[in-house]
Structures are given as C-alpha cells and as structure tokens.
Write a protein that binds this ligand. Structure first.
Ligand code: OGA
Ligand code: MN
Length: 198
C-alpha cells in the first residue's frame, strides 16, 4: 500500500499522483457495499455542473451523486475519511496548501455515462484545491469495459488513461489538470472529493 509520504512527495514533484492499492480490497468491498446500499435506497441524485449542485446537464456529465453531508457515514466510509484526513495534514505540512476541509460525494456512473473534459475549479469558487478520487469498483475491471479516466499531465501532449480499479486513489491540484471520464459498459463507482482552502 503506497504510504502517505510517497503520495505527498509525488504531489510536491509534479502536482498529481496515481496510487494503486491505496485502499486494500476488503476496505474497497465494504465501502462499495455502503455506496450501493445508499444507491439502491434511492438516495442519489443526478450530478450538477458548477456551483449550487442543481444545474443538471447530463450531456456534460451523466453520473449520480450522494454528498456526504446528505448521508450517515458507515464504518468503512469513516475509516477512509480518517485516511484522507491524514493525507490532508501531510499535504499541508509539505505543500503549504492550507487545506481546511474535504467536500466529498459518492458517484455512480450508469453504463454509458461519462464526464466531458473539464477542470475541477469553478470560476466563481476557487476554494477547491486538491482533488481526490478513490475508485470503488470490483478488482476485475478491464480496459475493454471503458470508464477510463483521461488525464492530461500537460495539455499539449497525449493524455494518460487510468483504469478505475478498486482501491486506486487519483489525486491532483484541482485548478491545473484537465481530465475526462470515458463512458463505461458497466456501472462505475467512486468516492470523489475536493480538499478546500479558505
Ligand atoms: C469529477 C471527476 C473523475 C473520475 O467528479 O469531477 O472528474 O474518474 N471524476 O471519476
Ligand atoms: Mn473532475
């Protein structure tokens, strides 16, 4: 399991990091269960674009989300939030980003849904500083099933394509990196959040 210090070191060096196995498979399965339980209870809603959480444009993004403040966190979620809190403190010590809190949601992409190329920082709210995406998919995901995260380390060059394998944590400076979610042939799950500064 990649430790917090190596993630922080990679972030300091280039502003983004992909950490496979950030969460071990048992933790992923437990968190996936909590996510799917809330999803089947009908607690999710169509994701919005921009601030206000209500501007739904499914041609831009087709996922359904559940914000954490809208749900009661189960034990698996509480454990992961603790890991992310450790990451927040380590990032603040090394990168001086002044991260204050984490705004986060579960995201479920139904088959065929994607999210067009975008940056995570809103024009009218520049508090989102560091994006974290933790995939909750089963371990047997293969590239042919789609759902890859296209990520541009540098906008002039070809993007990377990151497999949304369960347990992988992708983190990057929110204002700097363009990215896109390709449609998948199967349901695609994640916990996605933004560490915000003041
Ligand atoms: C987002 C996003 C990427 C992913 O929610 O803003 O870009 O791989 N998600 O789920
Ligand atoms: Mn994004």
């Amino acid at each position: 399991m990649p430790d917090t210090e190596s993630i922080v070191g990679t972030l300091a060096e280039r502003g983004w990091c992909v950490a496979a196995g950030f969460l071990p498979e048992a933790g992923v399965a437990a968190l996936r269960g909590e996510c799917l339980h809330a999803h089947s209870a009908g607690d999710f809603h169509a994701a919005g674009v921009g601030r206000g959480r209500s501007r739904v444009r499914t041609e831009v993004r087709g996922d359904q989300v559940l914000w954490l403040e809208e749900t009661e966190a189960g034990p698996a979620l509480r454990g992961v939030l603790q890991e992310l809190e450790t990451l927040r403190q380590a990032v603040n010590r090394s990168l001086f980003l002044g991260l204050l809190d984490l705004e986060t949601h579960f995201a479920v992409y139904p088959p065929g849904a994607g999210y067009q190329r975008h940056l995570d920082r809103f024009r009218d709210d520049d508090r989102r500083s560091l994006t974290v995406i933790l995939y909750l998919n089963p371990p047997d995901w293969v590239p042919e099933e789609g759902g890859l995260l296209r990520f541009w380390p540098d906008p002039e060059n070809a993007p990377l394509e990151i497999l949304p394998a369960g347990g992988t944590l992708v983190t990057f400076l929110s204002e700097r990196f363009w990215h896109e979610v390709l449609p998948a042939k199967r349901q695609r799950l994640s916990l996605t959040g933004w560490f915000r500064r003041r």
